[in-house]
Design a binder for this molecule. Structure first.
Ligand SMILES: [Zn+2]
Length: 128
């Protein structure tokens, strides 16, 4: 599930108004509460020779996005676009095998690769 994609949208809404150029710099699961999203405005800094790096100005902003908020955003995405909220309309998902280290592409389990948001209302399931 594209948790972080939805989490970033919720984080941006919670932290709004954000300055131009604001990007997510880090995120991590925060126990069972949700995902802690951190971000800031990066500034390019010259390093040695041709190397350059990025620094984040000021204090990084962080906000906790709960899984409930992520689910709500996924439902809002599906209602607005008609696309599957788990794979964002790609029809694919990445699975990590327990013993293998290589992620594998497979059909999205929520939409079965159809890319469309599944019908969630039971009364509509019989209509088609
Ligand atoms: Zn899907």
């Amino acid at each position: 599930m594209s948790l972080i994609t939805h989490a970033e949208i919720v984080a941006r809404r919670k932290l709004a108004p954000l300055p131009p150029g604001w990007i997510v710099s880090a995120w991590k699961p925060s126990g069972r509460d949700g995902i802690l999203v951190c971000g800031g405005v990066p500034r390019a800094v010259p390093l040695w020779g041709s190397l350059s790096g990025k620094l984040f100005e000021g204090e990084p902003q962080s906000v906790l996005v709960s899984y409930e908020e992520i689910r709500a955003e996924s439902r809002r995405f599906e209602a607005a676009t008609g696309k599957c909220g788990d794979c964002l309309g790609s029809g694919r998902a990445t699975t990590q095998e327990r013993r293998g280290r290589t992620p594998r592409q497979c059909a999205c389990p929520r939409c079965a690769g159809t890319r469309r948001a599944p019908v969630t209302h039971p009364e509509q399931a019989h209509a088609g």
